[in-house]
Design a protein around this ligand. Structure first.
Ligand code: SF4
Length: 235
């Protein structure tokens, strides 16, 4: 655990997300980045960061299995905020080998295969940019899943040895959407078609109103395996 984690949590308990982000971007300078999935929460963070510094480093992962609407959103977001979201791609040799050995839709077979796919298409590309970094920003909220209920404003990311900055951790889903509407923030149009949480196309589906939002991702797995490794379970 890094000593700054507790300090940040205590100092910014009552601060706004904007104030917390402003402080963290000043503190970590070029040793902090934002990993955006282009989901609703992440679009809120992009909006806030663009208001602080439109050269701030925002990265996203093109796994090769995204919805076209998600790819389009990168373009709209860049244009709206005059930013240049950095797109990270997986190593094609690893992808080809995985598909040859396990099939194109290996993730439906078992959890091991699904984690392998997430590792190659998401975790490995992200790892390439971690050397030299001290902190990363995420759009995690406590309400997103039972695995995330103990997340704090700042957490220690043991796996990547970075401080994880979660400015929206205490926001409700309603607050996220109110903020998006009030500020006319571009968002993935799939949200209007019943997709609350959008990842890769084969691993994402629409849900019924009132259904748990995590039922829209990896629905064939148990709740406690439903993380991609980018954000392992929080206690
Ligand atoms: Fe592969 Fe699905 Fe993970 Fe995307 S979400 S990397 S398609 S297993």
């Amino acid at each position: 655990m890094h000593p700054l984690v507790n300090q940040l949590n205590e100092s910014f308990e009552n601060a706004t997300a904007q104030e917390f982000l402003q402080y963290c971007t000043d503190l970590f300078k070029n040793k902090i980045f934002f990993a955006s999935s282009l989901g609703a929460e992440d679009q809120v963070i992009t909006h806030l960061l663009a208001g602080i510094d439109n050269n701030f480093r925002i990265v996203t992962l093109d796994t090769g299995r995204l919805f076209t609407d998600t790819l389009d959103l990168i373009q709209y977001t860049n244009a709206r905020y005059k930013i240049n979201i950095e797109v990270l791609f997986p190593d094609y040799i690893q992808v080809e080998r995985m598909v040859k050995e396990h099939g194109i839709n290996l993730f439906y077979e078992n959890v091991e295969n699904r984690l392998k796919c997430c590792e190659i298409r998401k975790n490995q590309p992200l790892k390439r940019i971690l050397p030299g970094m001290s902190a990363w920003i995420t759009g995690i909220r406590k309400g997103q899943s039972t695995n995330r209920k103990n997340t704090q404003l700042a957490d220690w990311d043991d796996k990547n040895e970075l401080i994880k900055i979660n400015p929206l951790v205490n926001w409700t889903e309603e607050e996220v959407w109110d903020f998006i509407k009030q500020n006319k923030i571009p968002y993935n149009i799939l949200h209007d078609k019943g997709y609350p949480s959008i990842g890769c196309a084969p691993c994402t589906r629409a849900i019924e109103e009132g259904e748990d939002i995590r039922n829209g991702r990896w629905w064939w797995e148990n709740e406690d395996t439903k993380e991609c490794g980018l954000h392992p379970k929080n206690k």
